[in-house]
Design a protein around this ligand. Sequence first.
Ligand code: HEC
Length: 156
Amino acid sequence: MVLTKSLTLGLAAAALMATSDIAVSQTDLPPAVSARKAQMHLYAFNLATLGGMAQEKIAYDADAASAAAGNLAKLSSLDASAMWVPGTDAATVAGSRALPALWDNMDDVITKAVALNEAATEMNAVAADGLDALKAAMGPLGAACGACHKAYREPE
Ligand code: HEC
């Protein structure tokens, strides 16, 4: 049951990555917006490795899984505060999908960012322990991305 749930969430995470939108030229964006998008793309790149293994589309490889999970743990521990400057929401900057609500709920945003770091840390702890361990950690990890997007990212 737990495994099924993890897999479902892992698939949801993969779907979320597939819908990433890079249509707007990154060079037209304020630096803070391109920086946070770059961080999101690094998240997606590393999550794709883990998600691909969880879905058995990529052969499980303990070293590659550990590398991706370690990257996610590090990336999600960066101090990103300077990337979320006021006045760079989707209503103000063409090419951003960050909802204005994000700036009204910074405590919750930080809680969600910390939750991602915790899920990535947990993934990093077990990623080398075999495919079942990776699958079990995939659900909470994908859910941590999705929870913040649901609340603070404009749907496409
Ligand atoms: C704390 C909130 C939060 C968390 C956690 C989070 N995201 Fe995001 N993400 C956002 C917001 C807000 C945007 C929209 C940023 C913008 O357009 O200005 C975004 C945008 C994106 C984008 C689109 C980037 C672009 O070029 O438009 C991708 C891809 C993405 N996130 C992937 C991920 C992945 C994968 C994870 C988990 C490993 C994750 N995100 C975790 C808030 C979050």
